[in-house]
Write a new protein. Structure first.
Ligand SMILES: [Zn+2]
Length: 145
């Protein structure tokens, strides 16, 4: 039975919805230990067999932040500062993760995130990992903010 997990930044400018067949406790949930993710207390949620739809109301208030190897767009709201998730295109397919903390009840239903250390990976290893575990995604911008 598929269900949809909704999330939104504090002001509502950025919204994400994940469609999944998995139970909350069975989803991929990791807390990356890089300084950026730790500063947001990030818990990254994914289901490689699901789908993520990210919607942006006002693109002028979307910060596609890049750091490190610059492979990923970290999607941050410029109104409220929340970090809704991240996307990268791999082999022509947009893939993403979303921030479990911005889902209902702060995403407590997903349980404890596994600590993850990705900093030693090469570019190729990163793309391969994301292809395995990130979720096929779409990002759409509202035509009228
Ligand atoms: Zn916001």
């Amino acid at each position: 039975m598929s269900k949809t997990i909704q999330s939104a930044c504090h002001c509502g400018n950025l919204q994400a919805a994940m469609t999944t067949d998995k139970e909350p406790g069975d989803m991929w949930l990791h807390s990356c230990q890089c300084d950026f993710c730790r500063s947001h207390n990030m818990r990254s949620l994914s289901d490689c067999e699901g789908r993520i739809e990210i919607r942006v109301r006002d693109e002028s208030r979307l910060n596609r932040y890049h750091f490190g190897m610059g492979m990923v767009d970290f999607l941050i709201c410029e109104n409220c500062g929340n970090y809704i998730g991240a996307v990268q295109e791999v082999d022509g397919q947009l893939l993403g993760i979303m921030n479990a903390n911005l889902t209902e009840n702060e995403g407590k239903q997903f349980g404890e995130a596994k600590q993850a250390f990705f900093q030693t990976e090469t570019r190729e290893q990163r793309s391969a990992r994301r292809k395995d575990v990130w979720t096929p995604a779409t990002l759409s911008i509202a035509s009228v903010p």
